[in-house]
Design a protein around this ligand. Structure first.
Ligand code: ATP
Ligand code: MG
Length: 302
């Protein structure tokens, strides 16, 4: 088992977090890695994109079977019981095929009720006298314990974080080996990028972790403005005072990345879901992620 945890996060919305999560998870699963996606966003976009054509029905089933991340939070932090995250997994969640085999991709789905569950968690624990830092600490500790077990069952766990920053996101980042920060290289999208990555680093440092978030340029349209901003981002990554690194891979702004499960129909192939240039780019990103994970393993062994 590789046993690695990746988080995809950015406080900005609509920058390609979910597209990155799902395409990367499918790339790992297509290569034969046992893969789990944890959807932490109440919009449930990653869940629907993974479930495919029957997404609505399958999400409804996950709500009724209590196999979703909202019930994970409720059971562990609002009830009296201890329920391991593995209890909330939907196995064989993907309907995507590769070489005629269905991808081995499992999912802890999010539901629209997650917003409420998170709010209740904050109110309840605040009433019990917990500070915000203590709440993040408590949720983080639980998540890290659960992730430690999931690492033994899965090669790769990828967490799709919501926009904004929540106790659950903070906790997830603290349990991750690799943090990917999709960012559109334009003026508005890069405002506050170094603050976001700096905050992540500070919070990881408090837990004795030295991970540096890796920025992924997304929705790149090759305009002069984006070219300039991308060059400035690359300069920033080389500056020792700015705390992020960058992938070489750049995700172009192309309709091939905007997969629509309804239009794709049942059991699309991996290549149908991400056609043409999208597939080449996803493979480049996959290779870079593998290289970074391998480098971490070497450092751990040394
Ligand atoms: N490279 C791309 N080219 C064109 N469209 C894209 C690309 N990446 C994502 N999209 C589309 O942009 C929209 C936002 O993408 P996505 O949902 O992945 O972003 P997000 O950061 O997860 O958003 P949110 O913050 O709401 O969770 C979606 O409609 C998606 O299909
Ligand atoms: Mg998203």
């Amino acid at each position: 088992m590789l046993g690695r945890v990746i988080s995809v996060a950015n406080s900005k919305g609509g920058v390609g977090k979910t597209t990155t999560t799902v395409s990367l998870a499918e790339a790992f699963a297509a290569e034969g890695y046992k893969t789990l996606v944890v959807d932490l966003d109440s919009q449930a976009n990653a869940s629907l994109l993974i479930f495919g054509e029957d997404g609505d029905e399958r999400l409804y089933d996950a709500i009724h079977a209590y196999t979703n991340v909202s019930d994970y939070l409720r059971e562990n932090f609002l009830g009296e019981c201890f329920a391991h995250m593995s209890k909330f997994i939907v196995p064989n969640a993907s309907d995507v095929t590769y070489l005629d085999q269905t991808l081995d991709l499992s999912l802890v789905p999010a539901t629209p009720g997650l917003r409420r569950a998170e709010r209740e968690l904050i109110y309840t624990l605040t009433e019990q006298g917990y500070s915000m830092t203590a709440i993040e600490g408590r949720v983080g500790l639980r998540l890290r314990q659960d992730m430690a077990d999931l690492r033994k069952q899965y090669d790769i766990v990828i967490c799709d974080c919501p926009p904004g920053i929540s106790a659950m996101t903070e906790a997830t980042l603290s349990a991750s080996d690799l943090i990917i920060v999709p960012t559109i290289p334009d003026f508005m999208s890069t405002l506050g990028l170094d603050l976001f990555t700096g905050d992540i680093i500070d919070s990881l440092k408090k837990r004795g972790l030295s991970n540096v978030p890796i920025v992924l340029a997304t929705k790149y349209d090759d305009s002069n403005h984006q070219k300039d901003v991308l060059a400035a981002m690359r300069d920033g990554a080389r500056d020792p005072d700015i705390e992020y690194d960058m992938f070489e891979t750049v995700i172009p702004n192309r309709p091939e990345f905007a997969a629509n499960p309804i239009e794709l129909g049942p059991r699309p192939s991996f290549n149908q879901k991400w056609p043409g240039e999208a597939m080449n780019t996803i493979n480049m990103l996959y290779q870079e992620v593998q290289t970074r994970l391998a480098a971490q393993t070497k450092t751990e062994v040394a």
